[in-house]
Design a protein around this ligand. Structure first.
Ligand SMILES: O=c1ccn([C@@H]2O[C@H](COP(=O)(O)O)[C@@H](O)[C@H]2O)c(=O)[nH]1
Length: 237
């Protein structure tokens, strides 16, 4: 059983642990996320190893800077072989447009496939109390939908959002738009530092196109069994 809508987050600082886990999960998992911790530790090697093993790779570096810096960085990341990369939507429309143009142009000039480009809306760890402390007056959901609409306008393929906002984003942005949801927790598992969470089935029913799951699989006593249980739950939706 395998389903590339499930993306397993490899939040470790070394390749030995990554290789052990990928071997253990075997053909059950075909899609992995390389985030800051792993990338800062080993760089592009993580992407290369996973691609060589036939896996899809979401390179989750959440670019957020002035438009020129982000578009130049997006060019570099587009050459690494990842199948998905991302920026922060709160960097603004010009920044997102710059990243989208960079990804398209790099694919055209290099002949390499263009990675999907998605934008982080509001981090899934944020709750309404913390959100208000930032002086943000609108509810998180309203802001997440607004940022998703901007990402669509900028030509991005989709967003990273909480499953709790997936239904509203799906309604606003249509059936083709990617909605990649971290903050996924099987019933009864630890929430950790996440706030706006849903179960795998709940996230899919709300309209998520992909589920990002880290610790519920990687910290489980039997990671393969944990992944297979999530895949069974997804299959039943
Ligand atoms: O809003 C966001 C954006 C990214 N993430 C990343 O997803 C995983 C979630 O890991 P868990 O262990 O399942 O909590 C992690 O790599 C985050 O950096 C997110 O959680 N929320």
């Amino acid at each position: 059983m395998s389903d590339n809508r499930l993306i397993v987050a490899l939040d470790f600082p070394d390749m030995d642990k990554v290789q052990r886990l990928v071997a253990e999960l075997g053909d059950a998992v075909g899609h992995y996320k390389v985030g800051m911790e792993l990338f800062y530790a080993v760089g592009g090697e993580a992407v290369r190893c996973l691609r060589a093993a036939g896996k899809e790779v979401f390179l989750d570096l959440k670019l957020h800077d002035i438009p020129n810096t982000v578009s130049q960085s997006a060019k570099v990341l587009s050459m690494m072989g990842a199948t998905m990369i991302n920026v922060h939507a709160s960097g603004g429309l010009a920044m997102m447009k710059g990243a989208a143009t960079a990804a398209v142009e790099t694919a055209a000039t290099s002949g390499r496939p263009r990675p999907k480009l998605v934008a982080v809306t509001v981090l899934t760890s944020m709750d309404e109390a913390e959100w208000s402390r930032l002086n943000c007056a609108l509810p998180i959901r309203t802001q997440a939908v607004r940022l998703a609409e901007m990402a669509k306008e900028a030509g991005l393929d989709g967003v990273v959002a909480s499953p709790q906002e997936a239904a509203a984003i799906r309604e606003a942005c249509g059936p083709e738009f990617l909605i990649v949801t971290p903050g996924v927790r099987p019933a009864g598992s630890a929430v950790n530092d996440q706030s706006r969470v849903a179960t795998p089935a709940g996230a899919l029913r709300a309209g998520a196109s992909h589920l990002v799951v880290g610790r519920p699989i990687t910290a489980a006593p039997d990671p393969r069994a944990a992944a297979l249980a999530i895949l069974r739950e997804m299959e039943a939706v």
